[in-house]
Design a binder for this molecule. Structure first.
Ligand code: SP5
Ligand code: ZN
Length: 342
């Protein structure tokens, strides 16, 4: 299986994040990608490729032009305003506030395009996020060219980013961009199975009213954990997409027994839908030692997940999402890939 990765993805290097009422060291850090890359090499999963630049067009198929302009121009405006550290919004347009045009001031624009206050925007976010999207696109191209599987070693991750907002350490929705690109290349049906600990709110919202991209999510119950405001069991799609979104919110403390039951149900939906390509939003933050999450999967469970997904027999694109127990991240991630290939 080919792995796609570029060093430009390391340029986004946040210093601190806001968590538990404190500024704490950022957890979505460059070493995450490096440890996964090193393990891919060590265990000989397959060759490493650097991404091709697909330009702006495939990004605009998922994200709004104004949002992309904001991300691209952000650091210039931030530093012009005299700011030097990573950026966080401090006002967010909730509920009864009016849906005004995007504010002229940088702090207003930040709030307009942010979903949370926990995601540092940094000097090289745009460079790294576009490289990450190109990594997903390049891996998708390998599937179009006939590969059975590919691994997009994406970072920063993508599944919390929607058409016009960032959050959850995500800026461009790599899996959604790859899915849309595959559709545009003539792949009739795509399914996205999101197994990150956190609900993939961005991916769900992007495809919520469509039947050509099925979106399945197994995650911590949003009544108990981030992102709180999406990912409940009764969210099943709308309009033409009714019945093409499914959610398995699971309680904190879920171990393999509970997890495997949800995975089995998701696989049943995938069997019925029978996509031409399966995209796996691969988060490893379901791991027992993850510092921000509360499931209890162990490293061998990731071999089982990979093996189960292989049994679906579909061309499969793995797209890295979360996972913050950095020391075990390479092991756990490559276990999924190896379980799939075995
Ligand atoms: C891609 C991905 O996995 N994004 C996750 C975003 C989670 N953001 C909320 C983090 C809150 C951390 N609180 C930690 C509490 C531990 N004491
Ligand atoms: Zn996550």
């Amino acid at each position: 299986m080919k792995t796609v990765f570029s060093l430009a993805q390391l340029a986004h290097a946040p210093e601190l994040e806001i968590s538990d009422g404190q500024l704490t060291p950022a957890v979505e850090i460059p070493s995450r990608a490096e440890i996964v890359r090193d393990e891919v090499i060590r265990r000989r999963i397959g060759p490493l490729w650097t991404p091709q630049d697909f330009g702006r067009a495939p990004l605009e198929r998922v994200h709004t032009p104004d949002y992309l302009d904001f991300l691209e121009g952000f650091w210039g405006r931030w530093t012009e305003a005299g700011r030097t550290r990573d950026a966080f919004p401090y006002v967010l347009p909730v509920r009864q506030l009016r849906p005004t045009p995007t504010p002229l001031a940088i702090d207003g624009a930040l709030g307009r395009y942010a979903f949370d206050t926990g995601t540092p925007l940094t000097a090289h976010t745009w460079e790294a996020a576009t490289a990450s999207a190109n990594t997903a696109l390049t891996a998708a191209r390998f599937l179009r060219e006939g590969d059975r599987a590919a691994f997009a070693l994406c970072r920063p991750p993508g599944h919390h980013a929607a058409a016009d907002y960032y959050g959850g350490y995500c800026f461009l929705n790599n899996a959604a961009i790859a899915a849309q690109w595959l559709r545009d290349q003539g792949t009739a049906r795509v399914a996205i199975l999101d197994i990150d600990y956190h609900h993939g709110n961005g991916t769900q919202s992007i495809f919520y009213d469509r039947s050509d991209v099925m979106v399945l999510n197994i995650h911590a119950d949003p009544r108990q954990d981030y992102p709180f405001f999406l990912g409940h069991a009764d969210e099943t799609g709308e309009k033409a997409g009714t019945g093409y979104t499914h959610n398995w919110p699971l309680p904190l403390g879920t171990d393999w027994t509970g997890y495997a039951a949800a995975l089995e149900e998701a696989c049943r939906w995938l069997g019925v839908y029978s996509p031409d390509v399966l995209i796996v939003s691969l988060g490893l933050d379901t791991y027992e030692a993850d510092p921000i999450s509360k499931f209890r999967l162990v490293s061998d469970d990731y071999l089982r997940i990979g093996a189960r997904l292989a049994r679906l027999g579909k061309p499969t694109l793995f797209v890295l999402e979360g996972g913050y127990a950095v020391d075990a991240l390479g092991l756990n991630c490559v276990n999924v890939l190896e379980g799939f290939l075995a």
